[in-house]
Design a protein around this ligand. Structure first.
Ligand SMILES: Cc1cc2nc3c(=O)[nH]c(=O)nc-3n(C[C@H](O)[C@H](O)[C@H](O)COP(=O)(O)OP(=O)(O)OC[C@H]3O[C@@H](n4cnc5c(N)ncnc54)[C@H](O)[C@@H]3O)c2cc1C
Length: 414
């Protein structure tokens, strides 16, 4: 039998960061994942951007022309399973309501304190876990293929500059100096404050290694074995032994609701699935930073395995078989943008962004249980927000003054 102060369920970037922050505050922590290593699910396959400029989450589009195109299911940036529509429609409706301009502004303001600290918190963990070599301080670029969309980006740029962000507007010549191998771009916006990593999974693993080096236990086990023991502690069966912990953190990303539902919570959680594929760059071609093809809705990011193409959102059941049509739709555009060679993998990777309808995570105490805590629902920005939300939850759990008001992330809002 293993006793601990806290058991953290889930070793994605969110769970690992939470475990580290609790450990730094003197708690004996056991980290439990069904895989024997950290960062092998959603935290494996993202675009690697620590998005310091993403003050506005991805809300439901309200542009009718765009919606009509989405309905036709032909664009690279979004896809949906017709068979899933009736069951996800209530969630989509809530997402639509929460995306109304006034509410969206409120949610964006709530997200901002987290985004503002995202790079600082990663840097601190990268330094102590000797993972700073993964970090690229080259910002990221939004590339526009049409004059019209480039012109329209000015509004967003001005809004973000008001928050003190460093942003360069690039014409074709200026872009060519920073990214010599991009083609067919009419103009670009270079966000200089974000940073990126060339292997998000290795980053989570470096953080998990630090956790173990500092005396933490990382065990393999299935969270679905969770029980409330007669003495009031939480019990989880692992491959090594049964773990008994006073406090429990659910950080299972898109699988969090598997456990919360069992515990009597009905959170409106859905997933936006996404895919990636790596390509060998053609000889001599190099990408210096992640680049979003805004008009065609995908991102190209330089990674250790090659150039990673990541797709936009797919609305489907989390566990439905993969349908990577967005990779096939985006690939011809990506080949025009950058000299991509062969596909590296036989089939695309798939992940699922865990989303609440207001695009804010749930961080904090469970409403109906003592000593049960949540940290999940990080939507498109879990890599960005893992360490900072880990810190916030650890502060709440240890009675420290939280660095920001946690009310907007409370589970009570549902
Ligand atoms: C295509 C794509 C691109 C993205 N790009 C970016 C980006 O550039 N920047 C950014 O910030 N974010 C990005 N994201 C979002 C980001 O990847 C996620 O928000 C983040 O990885 C979520 O982390 P997590 O720790 O909550 O979940 P996960 O990484 O999924 O971790 C959950 C963990 O729980 C474990 N688990 C699940 N069920 C059980 C069980 N029953 N028992 C034990 N363990 C279990 C899993 O094994 C897993 O390790 C992207 C996502 C996608 C899909």
């Amino acid at each position: 039998m293993i006793s601990a102060d806290v058991a953290v369920l889930g070793a994605g970037i969110v769970g690992v960061s939470t475990a580290l922050h609790l450990q730094a505050r003197g708690r004996e922590v056991v980290l439990i994942d069904r895989h024997g290593a950290a960062g092998l699910e959603t935290s494996y396959g993202n675009a690697g951007i620590i998005e310091r400029a993403s003050f506005m989450p991805y809300f439901f589009p309200r542009d009718l022309k765009k919606l009509a195109l989405y309905a036709l299911n032909q664009l690279p940036e979004a896809n949906y399973h017709v068979s899933a529509l009736s069951s996800i429609a209530p969630w989509l409706w809530r997402y639509f309501l929460e995306s109304a301009p006034e509410r969206a502004q409120r949610h964006a303001a709530s997200l901002r304190p987290l985004v503002e600290r995202c790079v600082i918190e990663h840097e601190a963990l990268m330094e102590t876990s000797h993972a700073s070599d993964l970090l690229r301080r080259t910002g990221w670029i939004k590339a526009y293929r049409s004059e019209a969309s480039f012109a329209a980006s000015a509004v967003e740029v001005e809004r973000l500059r008001a928050f003190g962000l460093n942003i360069d507007i690039l014409d074709e010549a200026a872009l060519a100096e920073r990214e010599p191998h991009l083609y067919g771009v009419r103009g670009a916006v270079h966000y200089l404050d974000p940073v990126s990593v060339d292997d998000p999974s290795r980053l989570a693993q470096a953080y998990a290694t630090l956790f173990v080096q500092r005396g933490g236990l990382f065990l393999t086990g299935d969270a679905r074995s969770l029980q409330e023991a007669p003495d009031g502690r939480w019990a989880v069966a692992t491959h090594d032994d049964e773990v008994f912990a006073r406090d429990l953190v659910v950080a299972l990303g898109p699988w969090s609701d598997v456990i919360t539902r069992e515990l009597g919570y009905d959170f409106p959680m859905a997933v936006k699935r996404g895919y990636h594929m790596h390509y060998a760059p053609r000889e001599g071609a190099k990408l210096m930073r992640p680049v979003q093809d805004v008009d065609n809705g995908y991102v190209l990011a330089p990674m250790t395995r090659g150039v990673r193409l990541t797709t936009g959102a797919e609305f489907a059941h989390r566990d439905a078989p993969p349908t990577p049509v967005q990779i096939d739709r985006a690939e011809p555009f990506a080949r025009q943008l950058f000299p991509l060679g062969e596909r590296v993998e036989a089939k695309p990777w798939m992940g699922a962004r865990p989303c609440l309808p207001d695009m804010l995570p749930i961080i904090g105490k469970a409403p109906k249980h003592e000593r049960l805590w949540f940290n999940f629902g990080h939507q498109h920005h879990g890599l960005t927000l893992g360490p900072v939300t880990g810190r916030l939850l650890a502060e709440l759990m240890t009675g420290e003054k939280p660095f920001t008001d946690p009310a907007p992330y409370s589970a009570e809002r549902f």
